[in-house]
Design a protein around this ligand. Structure first.
Ligand SMILES: Nc1ncnc2c1ncn2[C@@H]1O[C@H](COP(=O)(O)OP(=O)(O)OP(=O)(O)O)[C@@H](O)[C@H]1O
Ligand SMILES: [Mg+2]
Length: 463
């Protein structure tokens, strides 16, 4: 019991708690107050052992509700009038330790600085409740000392604090009823929710960033595509122009060459009697060179055609094609340079017949040519299936070459041997490469000088 200025407060004045609160219809707190009014009706009749004081009613109501309740006087310090059973149990206190103490003493007994601000906020809120005669709810964080196994331990506790006024008949606030609810779980779920939201936001940000990058890449790709398209168009144009140039030059060159060869022939046939031996020799050289040039032009034309001609794929018996090419290559060759041939049954291919003929003819003519100085020339033609491709090979035991020039072999007019050693224009392998590349395959070679060479080409395996 405690004397307040101008009013005598008593915890036992439960009879005075009325439902005549100024505004009980507003908000959750209002509802709470309304409910409390109702409870008054339920417990308005004191038990037989309680001499009609109302103590049983008041205590039993708050003690039976599973919540941590304290009842405060609406004075300056908010003095504790009473604490519920569950409140005392939760804080390990006896009623005497709580009663008549100020709110500050029980919420911040150790006087932590940390608690000062929330305490001030709570005080302000309670003043507001008293002034406005309405309930109020707030979420607060206090540092509290816990006695765990004899050791003082500081812990942060989150409370949801609900403050509701009870009224005297004249409408003045008589008590403030405070309910503490542990808000840790709520805070945790809030934190979880916040984390989840952060996570979602981060994911969305990532998604946006990815979309932005994709868009950027797409734009870059489009720019690249446009410039690639341009380059391809330019290249095609250049190729076409080159091919047109090649064929027109070839045709144009053929005619004067024919005239040169024709006149040289006439000179040699009909006027040889009047020519000195040296002059005859010179004319022979002119004729040979004109013929070589004519061949070169033919090769260039073939090379140019091979780049333009459309591929007519067919199921090919590659053994037959290799045999035919071999026949052509060896035709007219002196028996002395005819090599020993080993031709396996080759795997079939799906490719252009005419073009594959050119490939074998060029590889075999090289093999024959560059092994012609070997006393026992040998040529081996094979095929093997490898990871969805078929690899064909032509091997000889001829002059070979240095692998450091291996890349050059397949370029136009690239030769590793001199014309004096082995005649040729240096177009054969360039043609092979052009054909095989157009078929989606590859060409490569292995060799050592004086130890022969193997030339390989691969094609997508025929199904
Ligand atoms: N089997 C081989 N052994 C050694 N060197 C080779 C062989 N095949 C090609 N080469 C080298 O590669 C060069 C290019 O070959 P490519 O077939 O393109 O031209 P070429 O045979 O000289 O002339 P062409 O084939 O146009 O008549 C040759 O000059 C030669 O130096
Ligand atoms: Mg060749």
């Amino acid at each position: 019991m405690r004397e307040q200025p101008g009013q005598r407060h008593s915890i036992y004045h439960f009879d005075n708690i009325t439902s005549a609160a100024p505004d009980t219809t507003r908000g959750a707190e209002g509802k709470m107050m309304k409910d409390m009014g109702k409870k008054k009706k339920v417990t308005a009749h004191p038990g037989p052992d309680e001499e009609n004081t109302g103590i049983l009613d008041f205590r039993s109501v708050f003690d039976s509700i599973p919540g941590l309740y304290i009842v405060l006087f609406p004075d300056k310090n908010f003095t504790i009038a009473w604490a519920s059973k569950h409140y005392l149990a939760a804080f390990g206190k006896r009623m005497e330790e709580v009663k008549d103490r100020s709110l500050k003493e029980i919420l911040n007994p150790a006087g932590h600085d940390y608690n000062k601000q929330p305490l001030l906020e709570l005080h302000n809120a309670l003043h507001w409740v008293v002034k406005n005669k309405q309930g109020y709810m707030l979420l607060q964080k206090y540092n509290q000392t816990k006695n765990a196994n004899g050791v003082e331990e500081l812990q942060v506790r989150h409370w949801e604090i609900l403050a509701a006024p009870s009224f005297l008949k004249n409408g003045n606030v008589q008590y403030l009823i405070i309910r503490f609810t542990d808000a840790a779980a709520m805070i945790r779920s809030k934190e979880r929710e916040e984390k989840q939201q952060q996570h979602t936001r981060a994911l969305e940000e990532l998604k946006r960033e990815n979309m932005r990058r994709i868009k950027e890449s797409k734009e870059q790709l489009e720019v690249l595509n446009v410039s690639l398209g341009k380059s391809i168009a330019e290249l095609e144009l250049a190729n076409d122009e080159l091919d047109a140039f090649c064929s027109s030059v070839s045709h144009d060159l053929h005619a004067p060459l024919r005239v040169i060869s024709g006149y040289v022939n006439i000179l040699l046939d009909e006027h040889s009697a009047r020519l000195t031996k040296d002059a005859q020799k010179m004319l022979d050289r002119v004729f040979a060179n004109a013929s070589a040039m004519s061949r070169q032009i033919d090769d260039l034309l073939a090379f140019s055609r091979m780049g333009k001609e459309s591929i007519k794929p067919a199921e090919l018996n590659m053994t037959d094609i290799a045999k035919k090419s071999l026949g052509m290559v060896l035709a007219g060759k002196p028996a002395s340079i005819k090599p020993r041939i080993s031709l396996d049954k080759l795997l079939p291919a799906n490719a252009d017949r005419n073009m594959m003929g050119h490939v074998f003819t060029n590889l075999l003519s090289n093999a024959v040519k560059y092994s012609s100085k070997n006393k026992h020339p040998e040529i081996e033609i094979k095929s093997v299936a490898l990871k969805g491709r078929t690899v064909y090979s032509v091997k000889d035991n001829g002059a070979g070459f240095d692998m450091k020039y291996a890349d050059r072999l397949f370029g136009i007019f690239q030769r590793l041997h001199s014309k004096e050693e082995y005649e040729g224009t240096g177009l054969g392998l360039a043609l092979v490469k052009r054909i095989i590349t157009r078929h989606g395959g590859k060409v490569w070679a292995k060799s050592k000088p004086g130890r022969g060479a193997v030339f390989y080409f691969s094609l997508p395996a025929s199904k």
